[in-house]
Design a protein around this ligand. Structure first.
Ligand code: PHE
Length: 366
């Protein structure tokens, strides 16, 4: 029969050996193997426990039991500590080879392109945003009141024929439904719910019954509206000249304000920019030709009254322009209809990189 001291010695040896082996183990599988072979049901500790039955003295049994329990705790602690160290090592190795350099450029071919209309809207928002304009939106389906009447187009007024309107069946608030022909509807909506000062821009889709090289039944406009006590025509001019220069990214574009007519502005003007037409090529900022790009004017007092703003206290200016038109001019896109063809080859050619978000500081179109 084993002597008590022999067993105790064996246990000490087992602890020494196990701790040495554990400290050198390099992977979790080996560690698990050691755990099973020492602490498992048929492991060394269990086998040594079995020897207890050979002793009749309670003291001897107790001593062996306590020694083995201590051994179990010591070895299991060492295994746990080693496990934590190994897991940390494995994680660090993974972090080493799974590193991602987020400053690397993305793979262009995987992310698609931003449509020139979205790009142009973002550029316009960046420019006017810098001037303190905030974004306002309105619905495509409107009524006669917001599209015409409140904007000083009385019933049967000949100016209504400026637009070939798509009328819809039905009425809202007793007023004929239609697809809005211009974004000036958002002027009305904003003035009705907001007290001056007002400074908004409103991009969005508009609809007119027209279709050829330069007209599509749906296109995009952006509207601008400023209402304050002392706003005057020189503010309008300064604001639009600044816009034109920034948008076309040309320091010296000639800009001309030509008298015009809109029922909702008085005086009204159309804005032309200087350009050069040569063998079908168009260069903006040079030459002696003029190109119309937008309509504008001082908000008609009648429109202010219609929208519950006192024209003896407030005045303001408004402008509206076609998004596709200014996009075609800036980016040399020849045919309007292609904007709406969903031709991916066209989009690949004229589209913009999704992560190049236009800003005044970072650059509009790079
Ligand atoms: N709504 C006009 C149009 O569609 C443009 C415009 C807006 C003109 C604001 C003057 C002021 O042609």
């Amino acid at each position: 029969m084993d002597k008590l001291e022999d067993i105790i010695k064996n246990v000490e040896l087992l602890i020494d050996n196990s701790l040495q082996t554990i400290s050198k183990i390099k992977n979790l599988d080996e560690l698990e193997h050691i755990r099973v072979s020492t602490l498992g049901k048929r492991g060394s500790i269990s086998i040594l426990m079995g020897l207890i039955c050979g002793f009749s003295s309670n003291d001897a049994r107790k001593k062996i039991g306590l020694t083995l329990n201590d051994a179990k705790i010591t070895i299991s602690d060492a295994i746990n500590v080693r496990k934590i160290i190994l897991e940390e090592q494995i994680l660090n190795e993974r972090l080493g080879y799974e590193q991602i350099d987020i400053t690397l450029p993305v793979r262009n071919e995987r992310v698609g392109r931003i449509h020139p209309i979205s790009q142009t809207i973002d550029e316009v928002i960046a420019i006017f945003g810098q001037m303190g304009f905030i974004l306002a939106e309105g619905p495509d389906i409107e009524n006669d009141e917001n599209n015409f009447k409140a904007l000083n187009f009385p019933d049967k007024h000949p100016a209504r024929r400026m637009f070939d309107t798509f009328f819809l069946p039905g009425k809202r608030n007793d007023s004929q439904l239609l697809l809005r022909t211009h974004t000036s509807t958002v002027q009305v909506r904003t003035m009705l719910i907001q007290n001056p000062p007002i400074r908004i821009i409103s991009p969005g889709r508009v609809y007119r019954r027209d279709f050829d090289m330069t007209h599509t039944p749906m296109f995009n406009q952006v509207e601008g509206l400023v209402i304050e006590k002392t706003i005057n025509m020189s503010h309008l001019k300064g604001c639009l000249i600044e816009f034109v220069k920034t948008y076309f990214e040309i320091h010296s574009v000639p800009v001309r304000f030509r008298p015009s007519f809109f029922p909702f502005t008085e005086p009204s003007a159309e804005v032309d920019i200087g350009c050069l037409r040569n063998n079908g090529e168009l260069k903006i900022g040079l030459g002696t030709d003029w190109l119309e790009i937008l309509g504008c004017g001082m908000v008609h007092p009648e429109v202010l009254s219609n929208c519950n703003i006192d024209p003896s206290k407030y005045q303001g200016f408004a402008f509206g322009m076609g998004i596709e038109r200014i996009a075609m001019l800036k980016y040399g896109i020849p045919d309007l209809r292609n904007f709406f063809c969903s031709d991916l080859r066209w989009l690949k050619h004229y589209g913009f990189m999704p992560l190049d978000i236009p800003t005044i500081l970072g650059g509009l179109s790079r």
